[in-house]
Design a protein around this ligand. Structure first.
Ligand code: GDP
Length: 287
């Protein structure tokens, strides 16, 4: 009997160890900012402030008269990351989906949403943002004819992140039935993140999304995806063109662009910190 109990305890302990190891194993090295802080200064800047890294090559044309650049200290970035780390008291998980606005869950915590054309890298970006909580399942539905949904992810009681259907496919119906209604009616929506491909720059379909957000008059931010894939010259050209476009043709867009790579994790830590900030979970004071 004693032997059996001991064996069981041994197997239980072993099972627990294996489970933890599996979790640790599935965390990419770059998921945590603590690992980036151990890297050399050049890599640290490139991964943490990709726009700043690019600005070495050009004279920035961002007009900073009417807004303050979001440039938190490394401490703030590290602190904000805690919000993306799940714990017993802070569960991070998929919550529910909705195909129409009247199916959307009634949630009071601040919300941010992510939109972009199909294939822009939205699912990969959400996975990278949630990489410290690998059990979060970012659902992808790309099958033509398959109904697209708004997917809600709860980050503890702090905020909600909403994955919107990719536009470009069945866009008119999807947009008027749920996306447009959601954007216009959601009271707790704090910021919309509009994703633009770093390789192609702003395309015709993206312009339509910009026009929609401008018309609704809601605050939004442009996120430039897949920056690892664009050769530096092309990336610079796209960054400058977007900054010019934002300055001249938008009213509600935050003038600072957020370049990211979900493969190299560049820009992910700063974006986490910005999300923490716009959802009211991090107030940044100047030192
Ligand atoms: P979605 O349709 O917007 O959800 O796009 P996905 O996230 O599924 O990405 C579309 C394609 O782009 C996939 O083949 C991804 O592997 C690729 N991709 C997404 N993000 C990145 C990135 O940051 N870097 C690179 N190199 N490829 C990416």
């Amino acid at each position: 009997m004693f032997y059996l109990q001991k064996t069981r305890k041994f197997f239980e302990a072993n099972w627990l160890l294996r489970r933890c190891a599996a979790t640790w194993k599935s965390l990419p090295d770059k998921a945590s900012f603590a690992n980036i802080l151990r890297m050399d200064d050049k890599t640290l800047t490139k991964l943490t402030f990709p726009l700043q890294d690019l600005e070495k090559y050009y004279v920035s044309n961002v007009n900073t008269e009417n807004f303050r650049i979001f440039n938190p200290s490394l401490d703030y970035i590290q602190w904000a990351e805690l919000l993306f780390k799940p714990s017993k008291d802070h569960e991070i998980d998929y919550f529910s989906s909705a195909i129409r606005m009247d199916h959307a869950p009634l949630l009071s915590q601040p919300e941010v949403c992510f939109i972009g054309r199909s294939n822009v890298g939205k699912s990969c970006l959400l996975k990278a943002l949630f990489s410290l909580a690998p059990e979060v399942e970012v659902r992808v539905s790309k099958t033509p004819g398959h109904t697209k949904k708004l997917n809600f992810f709860k980050v503890g009681k702090r905020f909600t992140m909403v994955d919107m259907p990719g536009y470009g496919y069945r866009a008119p119906q999807d947009f008027s039935e749920m996306v447009e209604v959601y954007l216009q009616e959601r009271k707790n929506l704090k910021r919309t993140f509009l994703l633009v491909d770093g390789v192609t720059g702003i395309q015709e379909v993206d312009n339509t999304a910009v026009e929609m957000l401008e018309e609704f008059g809601i605050p939004y931010v442009l996120v430039l995806t897949k920056i690892d894939r664009a050769p530096k010259g092309l990336l610079l050209k796209n960054v400058l063109a977007i900054q010019d476009f934002v300055e001249k043709q938008t009213q509600r867009c935050f003038p600072q662009l957020f370049p990211v790579s979900s493969v190299e994790f560049s820009g992910i830590y700063l974006l986490r910190c910005f999300i923490a900030h716009v959802t009211g979970n991090l107030s940044i004071t100047e030192s």
